[in-house]
Ligand binder design. Structure first.
Ligand code: PXL
Length: 269
């Protein structure tokens, strides 16, 4: 099998089952070599009452200069929660200096949910992300992120038609394939894929409870499956299934993430 080396850029939250602590095990379990550029170290994710954060922008530049000397190249860049706007410039430098032939850029904007930005972010972060997604081949926003990026006001319980309007506006900013996650229709949850001017859909049963960190599990599994099969629909259904199995295995008294470890252990081939 052709080996595809991924570089994932996102934060390391010491507690919280998100970002790197999810991406690394998921990508490894799917059989993909994964290198990391940690963008920040947090005590825990920002859905807890308190957190500390060490921004690693400066160290990222040191790491990249050594990588240049070692002539490293990557086949896929997969970005999640970065942490601060200057890290978007780090990302652009990375794409420029470390892309293997035909390298792909997959970006999960990872800055908000339920109509609001995550606590560490503001409009400047959104503006920098709006610029960064111009370099992407695939983006994986939820509806909140797609609304912020396209400048359309978020709607609760949005229809598929509304989501498609947001996606079309977003497509005027980036030529990336847009995979909108967490779309809802008739009691189902799924993805709306916009590619070459056409919409396609992947739907699955919607589970009653929403949990934190599921977007990161989806993005990591999507990336791992996509780099191997090249199929958007298969990547969405495999990733959606891993999220669903993780939610089903989660004890409701565990408030800050999902039991993706159990779901990975039982991953079907
Ligand atoms: O799951 C996204 C995420 C990743 N990393 C950190 C976060 C969040 C969401 O809140 O706070 C630090």
């Amino acid at each position: 099998m052709l080996s595809k080396r991924i570089l994932t850029m996102q934060d390391l939250s010491c507690v919280g089952q998100c970002s790197l602590t999810v991406a690394l095990p998921v990508l490894s379990a799917f059989g993909v070599e994964t290198c990391v550029l940690p963008t920040a170290i947090l005590s825990n994710h920002t859905m807890f009452k308190k957190w500390s954060c060490l921004d690693l922008t400066g160290e990222a530049h040191n790491i990249m200069s050594v990588w240049e000397e070692n002539s490293f190249k990557f086949d896929t860049f997969y970005l999640g929660y970065l942490g601060s706007a200057p890290l978007m410039d780090v990302a652009k430098k990375c794409f420029k200096n470390f892309s293997a032939d035909g390298a792909k850029v997959i970006i999960d904007p990872a800055f908000g949910d339920n109509g609001v930005l995550y606590p560490a972010f503001d409009e400047k972060y959104v503006a920098a992300m709006k610029d960064l997604i111009k370099s992407a081949d695939i983006i994986l926003p939820n509806l909140t992120e797609a609304c912020f990026l396209s400048g359309i006001e978020y709607e609760q319980n949005a229809s598929v038609e509304f989501a498609e309007k947001v996606i079309k506006k977003l497509s005027s900013i980036t030529s990336a394939v847009i995979v909108l996650t967490g779309a809802e229709k008739d009691g189902m949850i799924g993805e709306i894929i916009y590619r070459n001017g056409n919409f396609s859909y992947v739907w699955a049963e919607k589970l009653p409870k929403r949990y934190h960190g599921t977007g990161d599990i989806f993005a990591a599994a999507f990336t791992a499956e996509y780099v191997q099969s090249g199929s958007f629909k298969k990547a969405c259904s495999v990733a959606g299934e891993l999220v669903a199995e993780s939610i089903k295995a989660t004890d409701p008294s565990h408030p800050y993430g999902v039991n993706f470890e159990y779901a990975l252990k039982n991953l079907k081939k």
